[in-house]
Design a protein around this ligand. Sequence first.
Ligand code: ZN
Ligand code: ZN
Length: 237
Amino acid sequence: MNLKTKFLKIKDLILDALFPDKFKCIFCGKDIPSDFICKDCLKQDIFNEGNRCEICDTSIKEGNIVCEHCQKMKRHFKKVYSPFRYDGIVRKAILQFKSDGAKYLAKGFAEFIAQRLEVEQLEYDVIIPIPSHKKTIRKRGYNPAKVLAEELSKITSKPVVDVLYKVTQTKNQKLLNYNERQTNLENSIMLLNNSVIKNKNILLIDDIITTGATIETCAKLCNKAKNIYACAVARRT
Ligand SMILES: [Zn+2]
Ligand SMILES: [Zn+2]
């Protein structure tokens, strides 16, 4: 390797360390001239599009308005917004963001959430991250939902109010059905300050939405708010 190549390599390494999200596709990491997603990833079925439940944003049959879940039970939130489908390359990137320290991905993810909220002209006053237990935060180094909230706040200028607190660590939710999840979650989260949400339009934020049980629990706790909305990077469909 000659000196010039060596220098260019070091320069790239420094730039990558300083700006890890600069012109890199959020899904495959490929260098791109601008924006957040490369052409190849854009060609994939990543966006949460098509006919979706008007409450929880999950895919439903053409002609239907709300999903079975939202028909059966009362939802304490008005509507969920999630730009991507939780599958394939999106799932992989979110797992990197949550568990492999790829915190820098939050900026790109928040950009797409912001775009979706703007398209839908959502009016809200504060952004509230879904809490993580302090042990999980210690392990990961951060609460992914809070990092997303802060990035969204930079784009939208809406304040983040971190008022939900995870009291106990919940058991592995994956093995439980909706009702079991709900019971498991009740009492595991508390609202620290009622006055900051009272009569406000609030936007809960999380990395992914699977059954909506966590959002529902948090929405129930925030029942003094005027309207409760929720958003996430991706929705399991
Ligand atoms: Zn890509
Ligand atoms: Zn629904």
